[in-house]
Design a protein around this ligand. Structure first.
Ligand code: HAM
Length: 414
């Protein structure tokens, strides 16, 4: 009998996990540097949490289930914002504001697996609660950019496309979209970039919408909007305006956003969105908490990895696997009895020490094995032990030094 991993999931072999950890540590460092505290929540929630205000898109992609013998509906979390809003609502007025939280949870969406889209993925969430000014939007965007810059990306590679729900709605209304057609017009606008132009045109006809209503979204739109003007000033002040552009094709599919929304993309449009976020000033109140403005984003590991690989900023992950400080081999005979105590001594001293498991005592072959691990030093236990010394080979220079047993650690850490 053979088994395969479920469709849209990944097995993380050591190098794959090392690559993920590389990305996660850039996320974690950027969050901590910006004063965000890490949180986590349950991997599954009551189904209702998502049906209330996440939008049809995400609800149709839920993995939902009941406990064997139970009748309560649960769902694996497809995103973190509802959990975060529930947690903030539960703390209520005892929460010190502003509250700055980040998390790196796993998420599950039952969508069709494709390039950049899986059924299980990691998503960095950064959320700032309690500040209704665009300075908060700028700060979360700056935090995202900080992580991307730490991974080696620049504003030549990446663009943050910023929009505002009210502006988009106003533009659609001015273009003649009737009130009852606004929801579908917004949904189609959100999906337009992922559709072929003829499919988009067909959807417009099906929904009685005029193509002319969407035309002005194609060009640059100069907008006079107080919140966006003040956000632009903030982006300048944070020194990140080169990374950002206003783009009213961005709507965001999730229903809880209330104002500014944004997506982060590879600049040439090579992949799907790396991140998406915005303001959700009503969600915490809707979940029974106090009225609390909030802004944040989610950045997935899947698209980001593709972009980093495309730009040669990420290999297969083996470049991040830990390399030994020292590899211990024995030339055989009495020296074998020293293998375990030597390894134990090195590890107790905090060094990354490995040894051979091979039966051979052919030093040449064992040195080749040591070299394959990329170790800095190889320690050879041999007849020198009778003099109270061992031979340590520097694997970069090839230099071999006879070192007293008591000086091994200081020689390696020097
Ligand atoms: P979202 O746009 O649904 O927003 O997801 C944000 C990012 O998560 C996407 O840009 C993408 O990188 C990644 N992502 C989403 N679905 C998948 C998938 N099936 N496979 C791989 N990656 C995926 C949210 O989830 C909001 N809750 C973000 C947020 C936080 N807004 C405010 N705070």
């Amino acid at each position: 009998m053979t088994f395969q991993s479920p469709k849209g999931t990944r097995d993380f072999f050591p190098q794959n996990l090392a690559a993920l950890h590389h990305i996660e540590s850039a996320w974690r460092n950027a969050s901590v540097n910006a004063g965000f505290d890490e949180i986590e929540g349950p991997t599954f929630e009551h189904l209702d949490l998502y049906t209330v205000k996440s939008g049809d898109g995400i609800v149709s992609e839920l993995f939902s289930f009941t406990r064997a013998g139970g009748d309560v509906d649960y769902a694996l979390r497809p995103e973190f914002t509802p959990t975060l809003a529930r947690m903030a609502a539960a703390k209520g007025r005892s929460l010190t504001l502003p509250t700055k939280w980040f998390g790196i949870p796993s998420h599950f969406r039952a969508e069709r697996p494709q390039r950049g889209r899986l059924r299980e993925f990691k998503q960095w969430n950064v959320d700032l609660l309690g500040v209704d000014k665009p300075s908060a939007d700028a700060e979360v965007i700056a935090t995202a950019i900080h992580a991307l810059a730490n991974l080696g990306l620049s504003h030549d590679d990446i663009v943050v496309r910023i929009s505002h729900r009210d502006v988009v709605v106003k533009m659609l209304q001015e273009n003649g979209v009737p009130e009852d057609k606004l929801p579908i017009a917004l949904t189609l606008l959100d999906k337009r970039e992922k559709m072929a132009p003829d499919v988009f045109a067909k959807k417009l006809t099906e929904n009685d919408l005029e193509p002319a209503c969407f035309e002005q979204f194609d060009g640059d739109t100069v907008i006079d909007h107080e919140e966006l003007t003040s956000l632009q000033d903030e982006l300048n002040a944070w020194g990140i305006s080169d990374w950002c552009t206003f783009d009213f094709n961005i709507v965001r599919g999730l229903a809880y956003y209330t104002g500014i929304v944004f997506e982060i993309h590879e600049r040439s449009g090579a992949e799907r969105a790396i991140a998406g976020g915005g303001r959700y000033d009503k969600l915490i109140e809707m979940f029974g908490g106090p009225s609390m403005p909030a802004v944040g984003f989610g950045m997935g590991d899947v698209v980001l990895s593709l972009v980093l690989k495309d730009k040669k900023l990420l290999g297969d992950g083996s470049e991040f696997l830990p390399k030994p400080d020292v590899f211990v081999i024995s030339a055989g005979g009495d020296a074998d009895a020293h293998l375990a105590p030597t390894i134990a001594m090195l590890r107790n001293a905090g060094l990354h020490a490995r040894m051979t498991y091979r039966a051979t005592r052919n030093v040449g072959k064992l040195l080749t094995e040591a070299a394959k691990t990329d170790t800095r030093f190889t320690l050879i236990l041999g007849e020198e032990l009778t003099r109270g010394t061992v031979v340590i080979k520097d694997m970069n220079s090839g230099e071999q030094t006879e070192v007293a047993l008591s000086d091994i650690v200081s020689h390696i850490t020097a």
